[in-house]
Structures are given as structure tokens and as C-alpha cells.
Design a protein around this ligand. Structure first.
Ligand code: AMP
Length: 183
């Protein structure tokens, strides 16, 4: 198998890391070098690794011993990986939209990035293009769902924001007049 872990623009062959029990030690070992250029790459890699590499969870089923120290997969990551079912209404290379299992309006869809970003608070400048794509997809999906009279988009962030699933998601709600302000 030739699976790679993508970090800081570098592609690391998983097989070369697997002999280590800890992913972080393996990655440090892979990037450690005495010259300053590599030191910079090492810190960038560590920063990115702290945010969980975009393709890490897709590697998890095949490399359980290597990946087991990471935070558990969210329910939305399992939907992306097709490990649990969902009523999917849109999917492309960067995002997925599916019906909420507990709808709060006649139409209630969640739009998520495939990249495992925990919340709005975790976004960085590197995610600008991804954010643009997500926002651009909202009206496309709303049209597809027949929400011609309007709709509401909600992003709950953190505990006080009422976020319960820590994979960034945009709620798209419609199909009836929605009240304001929300609770
Ligand atoms: P939030 O509270 O903003 O984090 O929203 C999480 C949403 O995910 C809630 O509206 C849940 O009803 C929804 N949800 C949880 N599990 C699933 C699932 N398996 N399929 C679809 N939606 C889900």
C-alpha cells in the first residue's frame, strides 16, 4: 500500500511512519533535521498535525495502531467515510450536505467540509478557499431543496454556541417562516 499523510504541503508515506507507536513521534522523526529550513518545516508540520490532517481519518480504518491516539472520529466524519448512513443531498470533492437526523424545520440540511475542521473557531487563512466554496454551495443546495421563499443558515460554535458535533457544519433551515431572534 502506498498511502500518504499530507502535512504542510509534504506527503509522508504512512509505511515509513508505522514502526512508531505515536504518530507525533513518527512525524517528528520524519521531519527532524539540523538545518533551519527543515526546522521551519517541522514546526509547520506540528502545527498542522495539531489540527488533524485533512486525510487522517480516511487512513484510520487501515492503520488502527498508528491512528488510535487521535481524537475519536466525529459522527460527521463517519458519514463522509460512509461508515454510517445519511440522506445525502450534495457531495463534491470538498464538501457534503445531508438531511439533519433531528430536523428543526420542514427542510433541515447540514453542509460540512470534508476536511475535519472542528469549528468555525479552528479555521485559518489556509481555509479561505474552502470557506468560499462552502458559502457558494449554500444557495445551490437551497435551490435544489426548493427553498425559493428563503431559508436560514446557522453555524453553532463551541459550548455557548450550542455546538454538539465538533466538525464544522452549516445548518440550512427552511420550508416555513422562521422566527427571530433565535433562542
Ligand atoms: P450542532 O448542535 O450545531 O453541533 O448540530 C449538530 C446537528 O447534527 C444536530 O442538529 C443533530 O441533529 C445533527 N446530527 C447528529 N447526528 C446526526 C446524524 N447521524 N445524521 C444527521 N444529522 C445528525
Amino acid at each position: 500500500m502506498d498511502d500518504n499523510l499530507s502535512l504542510a504541503g509534504c506527503s509522508v508515506p504512512i509505511q515509513s511512519l508505522q514502526r512508531h507507536t505515536s504518530p507525533i513521534i513518527a512525524i517528528l522523526g520524519h521531519f527532524h533535521a539540523p538545518d533551519p529550513a527543515n526546522a521551519r518545516i517541522t514546526s509547520q508540520v506540528l502545527l498542522e498535525f495539531a489540527r488533524i490532517p485533512a486525510n487522517f481519518y480516511s487512513l484510520q480504518p487501515r492503520y488502527p495502531s498508528f491512528t488510535e491516539q487521535l481524537p475519536p472520529m466525529t459522527i460527521f466524519q463517519k458519514i463522509i467515510n460512509r461508515e454510517i448512513p445519511a440522506r445525502i443531498v450534495h457531495e463534491d470533492q470538498h464538501c457534503m450536505a445531508f438531511h439533519d437526523v433531528s430536523p428543526q424545520a420542514p427542510v433541515h440540511v447540514l453542509l460540512i467540509p470534508k476536511k475535519p475542521v472542528a469549528s468555525l473557531a479552528e479555521l485559518t487563512a489556509d481555509d479561505a478557499q474552502l470557506c468560499g466554496h462552502l458559502l457558494q454551495m449554500v444557495p445551490v443546495i437551497a435551490r435544489q431543496l426548493g427553498l425559493s421563499d428563503g431559508y436560514r443558515t446557522v453555524i453553532n460554535t463551541g459550548g455557548h454556541g450550542g455546538q454538539t458535533v465538533f466538525h464544522l457544519h452549516i445548518h440550512i433551515l427552511g420550508g416555513r417562516p422562521l422566527h427571530w431572534p433565535p433562542g
